[in-house]
Design a protein around this ligand. Sequence first.
Ligand SMILES: Cc1ncc(COP(=O)(O)O)c(C=O)c1O
Ligand SMILES: N[C@@H](CCCC[NH3+])C(=O)O
Length: 510
Amino acid sequence: MAPGVLEWPGHGTWGTMEVLDNQHLSIGGCDVVELANQFGTPLFVYDVEWVRQRIRGILQAVKRSNLNVRVSYASKAFCTVAVCQLVHEEGLGLDVVSGGELYTALQAGVPASDIHLHGNNKSWAELEFAVSSGIGLIIVDNFVELDMLSEVADKLEKDVSILLRISPGVEAHTHEFISTGQQDSKFGFDLESGQAEDVLTQLGDYPRLHCVGLHSHIGSQIFEPQGFTAAVFRMVELYRDGLALGLPLKILNLGGGFGIRYTSGDRPLAFDVYMDAIETALTEACRRQGVQVPEVWLEPGRVIVGPPGTTLYTVGTQKSVPGVRNYVSVDGGMTDNPRLALYGAKYEAVLANRMDEAWGNHWLRGGVEGSGSTKLVNRPLRDETGVPTPHEAKTLVLHANKMPVMGDTGVNGVLDNAHGQSEGSSLERWSVAGKCCESGDMLIWDATLPHPKQGDVLAVFSTGAYNYSMASNYNRNPKPAVVFVENGNPTVVVERETWADMVRQDRPLY
Ligand SMILES: Cc1ncc(COP(=O)(O)O)c(C=O)c1O
Ligand SMILES: N[C@@H](CCCC[NH3+])C(=O)O
């Protein structure tokens, strides 16, 4: 592959990723093969510049709307001290969902007033911690919590601002395990059964709790705005009822859920599209209900940190099941990425030390004249957050009719569709397995790779959200290190766990 900037067809360049002269993948100006050597694998690598760009893109889209919008990062997607500092520095508030996330955000120096707390089963200790820290808001999920929070507020003699989490009865088109707005959900006061109206009328019994708004979150990895607009119309009706009861409502929090690209089958929307749809729906809903347009709060998680995260693994053993499939195993797996096992999630990957063979024609490259079916274009490239990529001026793209088909179709689609470009190509279909004692411990069922060799570095893309944060120690595998890269500098922001860490909390029986 000619050295230069990487682009994914139809998705713009991929952060700061480049192919170096030595045919290694580079992120944030760092050769990832060197990162793997220096810090070991599995390794989470975050492209910091890209995180910044994505946040700025979201904030610009928000600014372009006529709404008063506040954006908080949903730290459940990836919560460490460093990322809390980064997103706060870029102007976001923090949405936390546990005492641990709250503690992390506070340790990062985020003022408590810029944080709000979620959770469908907050403990007394978590509520006490949140209230005594002076947290900005608590999103109350159910009647039991309302009583408990009121007792905490009385005990600490503090007033608390709250939002009510409402389950608006909107089904987002996403995996059922990450859909949350439907009536049959463990989250929030249910709108359809009248629970949500009931709670509004009961708030007068809790003088220390000040309900300043309503919250709904319909799900995650969503690719269409209709779910948000449907939620807006339902929530504004309830909002009107709350105002009529004299509640000091001013906020409508619509949660997160904005989808990202994992594979070429995914079609993320530009953030402007969501904002336009929300603005139009909210303006109309408020006009119909005769209420002032509230402040809008958003809580994106995945869309901020998902694509900028890449996981590096070292290739280990292989096994061929004749006529069935080829397995290649790496030194991580469901312990650092349980998303295939949980949701059937799909990913794309390359051998980062052999980019000349990697996907030959999937990656598009810029800055260097290509050959064959490539052509030079000059068009604005924007990722889904709307940010013009730094390399927008000069990027080589393939002819559209020769675009390989990825994702569901797997390697056959790729090789068949890629015409002459794949002639002589050594690309093969590989099933990438983890190292856990579990058949379902797979990372990618149908990866398109050149024949992998022991010691190769496999880079799996778009692993920045809900991977490290859902990592486990299954089989007593230590959690990987996390490295932030920016301007050629790698910074370890989470140390690799050790085998000794695995027994640190253990107490011997004898
Ligand atoms: C209440 C709430 N807010 C925000 C988010 C963040 O979602 P996403 O990472 O899809 O933007 C979630 C997770 O789905 C959530 O449950
Ligand atoms: N963990 C899920 C998202 C859950 C969102 C939190 N409500 C995922 O990996 O896609």
